[in-house]
Write a protein that binds this ligand. Structure first.
Ligand code: SAH
Length: 243
């Protein structure tokens, strides 16, 4: 018997920011697999919860595929969007080594990623060209992160940063800010959006010159504007046309 696997995004945390198709998949699930806090958020009365640690993505992906191959209606839950620095790619990486499961009924159901929820809180800082970078060096060398930071700043993108700073690597974000200050100057706007959609949400808008590394933690999404990004009243936006 073959089951199904829905790889879903729960959105950033606000109840209104989860999509209807994801809610529907959760209601129909027999098993929900994911990092502990996300599984808690996704819980439904009819489903068995399979919570795991944050660092075991590939193992978790194989577990989900095992459950689906055995006939379960399985949901793999990520926060935000499952394709953005999250579980969807891990499931496909696991699938590469399991040709017998290539016929499984697998779907990726998108969600509101943190970058878009954060941008919406302050206005429209991503209104022109932008890029998204994961600042964690868990899965890539720091030298590559610095290179991409420099080139993105040079290309004058607005930039969204995921995983900016953690207790395990408190100093790298300071280096990232120094690279950005050198490339963009001290008056460039920067947004720190922490726990967007949650009860402890905190949004700060400042400049690279005033920004301190401590303004970010693992629950913060950071946006650095392009040279055209500006304030209007209490909002921040980037005009549709290039300077
Ligand atoms: N798949 C997720 C991203 C996972 S990486 C998504 O699409 O949003 C984890 C990082 O996402 C965190 O370190 C933080 O930078 C960001 N993030 C996730 N949820 C957030 C929220 N509610 N508020 C602010 N940043 C968030």
């Amino acid at each position: 018997m073959k089951g199904s696997l829905n790889i879903v995004g729960l959105g950033p945390g606000a109840p209104g920011q989860i999509t209807g198709e994801v809610e529907f998949a959760l209601m129909a699930a027999t098993d929900i697999v994911g990092y502990g806090p996300y599984v808690e958020r996704a819980a439904t009365p009819g489903a068995v919860l399979h919570a795991s640690d944050n660092r075991v993505e590939l193992e978790r992906a194989h577990h989900a595929l095992d459950l689906a191959a055995a006939g379960g209606r399985v949901v793999v839950a990520s926060s935000g969007d499952p394709g953005v620095f999250a579980m969807a790619a891990a499931v496909f990486e696991a699938l590469e080594t399991r040709p017998e499961d290539h016929g499984l009924d697998i779907h990726v159901l998108p969600g509101v990623t943190a970058m878009l929820a954060a941008a919406a809180r302050v206005g429209a800082p991503l209104g022109h060209d932008f890029c998204a970078l994961n600042l964690s060096d868990n899965l890539k060398p720091w030298a590559l992160i610095e290179k991409r930071l420099r080139l993105a700043a040079e290309a004058d993108f607005a930039m969204a940063f995921y995983n900016p700073r953690s207790t395990a690597r408190p100093h790298q974000f300071e280096t990232a800010l120094a690279v950005l200050r050198a490339a963009c100057g001290p008056s460039r706007l920067i947004v720190f959006a922490r726990a967007v959609g949650g009860a402890d949400e905190r949004i700060e808008v400042t400049t690279l010159g005033e920004a301190k590394a401590e303004m970010a933690d693992m629950r913060t999404l950071v946006i650095v504007g392009s040279s055209a990004t500006r304030r209007v009243g209490r909002f921040v936006y980037t005009p549709r046309s290039a300077p």
